[in-house]
Design a protein around this ligand. Sequence first.
Ligand code: CTP
Length: 410
Amino acid sequence: MRIILGVSGCIGAYKAPIILRLLQREGFEILPVMTRHAMQFVTPLTLEKLSGNKVISDLFSDHTVEIEHIALARKSGLLLIAPATANILGKFAHGIADDFLSTLYLSIVIPVVIAPAMNVEMWHHPATRENLRILRERGVVIVEPDSGYLACGEEGEGRLAEPERISEAVLNTLRREKSLMGKRVLVTAGPTVEDIDLVRFISNRSSGKMGYAIAREAQLRGAQVALISGPAQLEPPEGIDLVSVRSAREMAQAVFERFGDADVVVMAAAVSDFAPIEASSQKIKKEEAKSVIHLQKTPDILKELARKKQWQFLVGFAAESDALRENARKKLQEKGLDLVVGNDISRSDRGFQADFNQVIMIGRDGNEEEFPRLPKREVARILWDRIETRCARRALREKNKETKEPKLTT
Ligand code: CTP
């Protein structure tokens, strides 16, 4: 596999050849790209000789090499920037494309790992913090810098992480990319809408962001994903089979139809628990309206899935405004889940519309983990890590059981 190594201009660039070598040792081909400033710290000849590939920078005006590089980059497995200056972070975060490296970032859709390096003030500056937040949310993996003696003479955070740690982050990211290959995943997201008449309805404030992030992360890891979504104002992630539904009943039908083929189901949708018994196809006039709307319970999709379940791994959400832990545990039991994600919607000023989530995850075995407030993309990543670990453990248990059980002979 080919990895693009982008080097930007700061003292940490002296580690780029070491990083290049480490990655080569793992069997990767390296395509080096340098910014103009990077060339003040390490010569293009060094990276060219080590990698066996031409180095591209904005100093080169050889368009045939550039075009060739873009074509190769598109066929590469990962873009690593090490070191990444505050300037590069800013450009990537805001889509500024004024040299080859920043243009390349905008023109590829492969995983990106960034190892920043800068002085301690720059690292802690709100602008850098905000750029990092944007990039993380976009799914970029950030290798946090080390703390120590910096080139500016100060001590603190900002020193480029050690090459081993950067190479490890690349390997982990690529491992993650493939870990769900061949798996079929069903994710539900967003609210459901229960019509009262032609214009009025009962719904909730779910934005769908959490479910979409979970679907995207599964797709990044190689799964075949079906995203069953209630009405949400979000762009569906590319390459995902999006099934748009409106009501809880429609969502239930879409889920049940696909459940037989699924390996993992994550019910992140905020499904309405009740729907009007009758929805009028006309707009109900005020004078004719009754003061009471008669409701009926909608199907509890998860409970039904637990009944039908064979090998599938079931994940539910518990959005609670009080007694989070108790309610999440109760839902885990009552809905026959393998894992429940509980989030306290009272803690966020925008409830479950926020871009961040603070969750606890509780497994069937009672094991509980509590996380700080994190971007929903990050929560999605952790969730899939946990699902994968639990599925692997379960598979191992089944295998052990098989080998221990005496085989019947006829
Ligand atoms: N859920 C479901 N079918 C429903 C309602 C909810 O499958 N009719 C799923 C949700 O997608 C979520 C989990 O069940 O994964 C918990 O949903 P939540 O609304 O928090 O719980 P309820 O069971 O509806 O209970 P309550 O509203 O009383 O908290």
